[in-house]
Design a protein around this ligand. Sequence first.
Ligand code: 1HE
Length: 264
Amino acid sequence: MSDSESDKDIVLYDLDGEVAVITLNRPEKRNAVSDRVIKALAAAVDRAQEEAKAAVICGNGKHFCAGLDLAEHVKRSPIEGVHHSRSWHAVFDRIEAGKIPFFSALHGAVVGGGLELAAATHIRVADATTFFALPEGTRGIFVGGGASVRVGRLCGVARMTDMMLTGRTVSAEQGEHWNLCQYVVGEGEAKAFAIDLARKAAQNAEMSNYSIIHALPRVGDMSRADGLFLESFVASMAASSPEAEERLNAFLNKSAARLSHPGK
Ligand code: 1HE
């Protein structure tokens, strides 16, 4: 930590209606994730779960996130390294499997731990300047913030292996093709776009959102038979909530909006 940084908010938190906006704010270090950043991010994530119905994570400056703060990493003993990695897992798990959906708004470098953070969010919106990379192999280290579990599941083990062995960078368009992000938007537009999506998700029934973010990844890890069995129980629970009754009736009495073709 530099002296000029010690009294600064390295993670900003803002509540915009029902959407919490969490901003990595260490632009001079390209939002590299130090121990202080992890603690501040954990606090912001916990606060969002209590106050908001959806949240957006973004970064200030030229890049979303340059990953692990390499200046801190060199000083760790092996056991400190394990605890450090587990501390990242703890906060990223709270993002992936908490109370509310998380969206990430990506631009510039989304690399190493930055990609691990983005992969913990449910929807990734990349602007045209975004590039993804896992440079751990070239730095003599290994992923430690959950990439071997999350990034491998998103883009496939073969592509992740390629990223790690060759250190290649992947553009936003290629990243969408590889499932590293779900949306690609114009330069500088990711944050507003992600907030808009988060606002839409915030309108869903809480039980539906909770079921989506918790049941889908679990079902993905189960056998087909177990997945279908769990699905029936989640579906029945969600459908019997008062919110479901209200929303189904709104459709039937024609007060709910109709779906339409995306081009219209
Ligand atoms: C950093 C870091 C960092 C920048 N840790 N200080 N991550 C990486 O291997 C990515 C390393 N970073 C880069 O490749 C580039 O910095 C970027 C492509 C992200 C941005 O480039 P650029 O030209 O805009 O910035 P810069 O001039 O390289 O960096 C500006 C400052 O940020 C500079 O410090 P300064 O004091 O000389 O001004 C950099 O040293 C500093 N900086 N990135 C520390 N990562 C749980 S395991 C996860 C494992 C990983 O994440 S490994 C991947 C680490």
